[in-house]
Design a protein around this ligand. Sequence first.
Ligand SMILES: [Zn+2]
Ligand SMILES: [Zn+2]
Length: 823
Amino acid sequence: MITRTKYNPKEIEKKWQTHWEAQQQYHAPDDSPKPKFYHLVMLPYPSGDLHMGHWYNYSPFDAYGRFKRMQGYNVMQPMGFDAFGLPAENAAIKRGVQARTWTLANIDKMRRQLRMMGAQWDWDREIVSCLPDYYKWTEWLFLQFYKHGLAYRTKAPANWCPSCNTTLANEQVLANGTCERCGSIVIRKEIDQWLLKITNYAEELLDFSGIEWPERTVTMQRNWIGRSEGAEIRFFTEIDGQREEIPVFTTRPDTIYGATFFVLAPEHPWVEKITTPEHKAAVDAYVDQARHMTEIERMSTEKEKTGVFTGGYVTNPVSGEQVPVWIAEYVLMGYGSGAIMGVPAHDERDFEFARKFGIPIREVIRPEGEEPSDPATWPEAKSHLGVMVNSGPFDGTPADEAIAKVTRYMEEQGVGKSAVSYRLRDWLISRQRYWGAPIPIVYCPIDGTVPVPEDQLPVWLPENVEFKPTGESPLRYEPEFLNTTCPICGGPATREADTMDTFICSSWYFLRYADPHNSEQAWSAEAMRRWLPVDQYVGGAEHAVMHLLYARFFIKALRDMGHLEFDEPFIRLYHQGMILGADGQKMSKSRGNVEAPDEYVEKYGADTVRCYMMFIGPYDQGGSFKAENLEGVWRFLNRFWSLVNDTWSEKVSKKETAESNAIERLRHKTIKRVTEDLSNFRFNTALAALMECNNALIKQQNEPVAHSAAFRDTLETMMQLLAPMAPHITEELWHLTGHSSSIHLTDWPGYDEALTHDETFTLVVQVDGKVRERIEVPTGISEAEVRQLVLYNPRVASFIGDATVRNIIYVPGRLVNIVVRNA
Ligand SMILES: [Zn+2]
Ligand SMILES: [Zn+2]
């Protein structure tokens, strides 16, 4: 018997956390002979407080990593901080503290809270993206992209929030055209910007064959990249006596005869040239108002179409027809060529536009067998495929040949060609902000744009800056930062004052974890071969396109530059759900439904909070945090604690009895269930299996069987099965029951499949080969018992009747056949 104690999580959790850390128990050694398992969770932004969402993201994740470790893997489970970004800068402005000071203080606090969770973080590998030993390499990466022609600078319209004084990505602009952060109306502004050529990888990014990702995320990335096949058709006109061509992309070259108008984006360079003097005033006014709209507003299908006629015409290169040229905001400069042919009969947006402005609608595609009808009576465009009509020499071309035939004709005539178009555009990475990784570029009046030589990295980010609401990077007003000398001519030059989008920092952090202390390189080739790619990645589905797409692009680009040898960053991906307030709503201060984990850890201990997070429901579905439900998990841990304390004994009986055999079966069944559940991220059902097992043992704790080896083995197994989910209580019980090394270093229990089966099976009874009855019988039943049982079964007996039983053939565990001869 062990000395009975009360479960006191506060005491034991602190004790074990300190012990594990002192032993460096969770450090993943680089030289382990075990197979590696790189287990990664999306790194947090250091907002300053670990909230319930973090607990929900990390504790089941940690349980999985612990499970893999016990399964014999050398698990690397690092943690770090995505520490650049706007909130630090806003805090700096609001509270007058420096962004760096604020950020590092938050990180300190979060590290403490992360330790309270008792997760197996490999702290030796921590990265903090705002520190120079990290951002030096972010800068180095920028230079690699620049060197390989994948980073470029251009003047282009950007989404601009006048209140936040910064450019915004399209994703940061809400559908109503306002800023995601502050709600101000976002405008368009032309500024110099740095972009990365992610479009070079559009085609390869559509290949998901090497990874196991949720189907929904794959679909979102596919849609984001937006590949479409079609044709490029070159419309033309004469300007100042010169033939000028303007290509348009269409997925429907078969509708070319239906093009009754042509639309340019308001920013298109042709607008000025093609507009006739009498239309100039109207066109100028329209261009000016379109400039202030975001792309999202412009593309909105809800909004009524607007546009203006330029007075100019272009020639349709297939039909030879003269087509009027309009400008309209729904055509964007960034997509395709910034121009479209308007085919109102067969495209919904063109249809609305033509209706509004009284432009003719001409049917050129008609489904087989359908009667001609007047498009003026149609309620909407007909975008289906069909037979070509009103299409000159192409009339009667069937649907399945139309696109290819028109495309071939255009290629022969030299007026078009088959083409692929993508929705994806280059990634805008410059921010007019201070708190980000500097862009290592110098502008020299003689040499122009000059990259900072690699041996001069990092370009230090000043720690103290003054914030002025200018809309430009605060770094522009830091002479010590801004003024430098040109690396080529040595003359005076200025630095790039914009900083990088924080998505750059998070596009490569998982590489640095593998080689965090390398001061010579961003990473070594050995470290990459040893640890990458990531075996399991866990994070929110909200990152489906940006972060997860950017990281894939980084890996492919760096591979092509010769810095990496693999194709995909994350082999398996899992999206956890979201934890909600008790009211089923997203936790937010304004709703007053925010729950702080710390107070529950204080009351119940980390193990209870961890297990509760896992018990709420399927991990990918999230759920509501209900404080009262913590009690159930707390009770379970207490009952298990008491059970072990009350029944553990060094001296046990090895004698097998029916009861001890039943317990042994329960042990094997529970191992099987928990193993399968944890393998599939089903933490809630794994816990349910352990609770059932616990209840079954408690029922028998005062019976003789409680002194059996099977009973004690089951207690021991339960500690191990529970260890990934509740690491502290199980470690304490493990030591209380006489073990001297950590439970987390033990091997995951195995099971015997035969012992996991039900203790009965269905015996099929045949009479002369025909199935006559099914009987539930004990697994260990003997042949003699089977004979007795079937011959005295009334239903079986009725089929035998007066006949003589000639033979009984028994196939153990399955069936019995009674062979009879009629009298
Ligand atoms: Zn804003
Ligand atoms: Zn120079």
